[in-house]
Design a protein around this ligand. Sequence first.
Ligand code: URA
Length: 433
Amino acid sequence: MRMEEIIRKKRDGGVLSPEEIDFVVRGTADGSAPDYQLSALLMAIWFQGMKPEETARLTLAMADSGPRADLSSLPGIKIDKHSTGGVGDKTTLVAVPIAAACGVLCPKMSGRGLGHTGGTADKLEAIPGFRTSLTEAEFLDTVRKTGMSLMTQTGEAVPADKRLYALRDVTATVDSLPLIAASVMSKKIASGCGGVVLDVKAGSGAFMKTFADAEALAREMTAIGRAAGLRVSALITNMDRPLGKAVGNAIEVEEAMEALRGGGPADLRELSLALAAEMVRLAKGGTAEECLARAGRALDSGAAFETFGRMVECQGGDRRALERPFPLSTCRLELKAPRDGFLTRMETGEIGTAAVLLGAGRSRKDDPLDLGAGIRILARPGDRVKEGQPLAELFAAQEELLEPAAARYLAALSFGEAAPEPQPLIWARTGGD
Ligand code: URA
């Protein structure tokens, strides 16, 4: 079999056979397929798409490109949660402890931020002493003691995705439905969990810009997961605005802790509870209403915050730090409204890029992060503002990072005379078992 023939077939709109897909994934994982041929194939897939059966085969081949995690020493079904990536999305830090406090076992591996979207593993490193790199024994032990653990993907997990994702990031091929579906679901299948709740983001801050595209992605991921024997539920949620009011690392953990103490922005609370309720439903059954009520009790009683604190302690972190404001970078700029009117729209991907410019995210895989950099959003779409009123506070380690980020942020905003139509936070739920 020859790579150039496979590339030509896909370029011309053909359907790849299971053997051809297995050949590509083998070559990706063992290094025998060079970057330039894989990049050409990724671009051909971006243009031509894949049939559902091709995407399903790609997913399974990727899931088996490294060892699958063995969670069988933990009793019963284990539930994972995955977001397709957004701006200000810190729901893992809230939803997972809620689900764990409801008795759901949540051993969760999290990724790092890339492009304009943040990653949970980076955010967690803002907690003093907290270790996101654990041995398998430490990971399982933390779940046994607290119901949950959050760690980074280990070196050998799904090596084909690691290589393809890095290539996609630099070849403008991230936003492809089959490639996202295969990337996400290969990791979920390899994670060893029996169920997964997917948060599929739609809007200007998401890879899928429209509801229709996000719905198609949710359906495909759900079908792939179920065919692999997983319980899957997917929410399609609004990423036309950042979630909550904090974008960055330390600043997002601080906001997540506020939510775990029963406060924080209403959208963060609503989505975290909805995701946690789905995790409870997949693990334990019950109606959507019952599971939501149960999640609400776990949050409002303080049980979820206590669960998170115990997990932090088990992973070497200082749980007292969760009660205090997190230190932010010392250079600060307050961004003022240029005019009177309603804030009508935010190009949310650009808000994420402004945070990257401040040092809160990476442009390249190995860029260093400033965990204290970020944005506190003071006005959101729908708010009426007066000229000169603060719209956002920006934090960075160096003065010279502030101005370019401020310009990017301001250019991402639209103002008008009338309030925009309110949009729902949760657009739809697909599946449910
Ligand atoms: N998240 C992933 O893990 N993979 C993608 O391709 C996109 C979002």
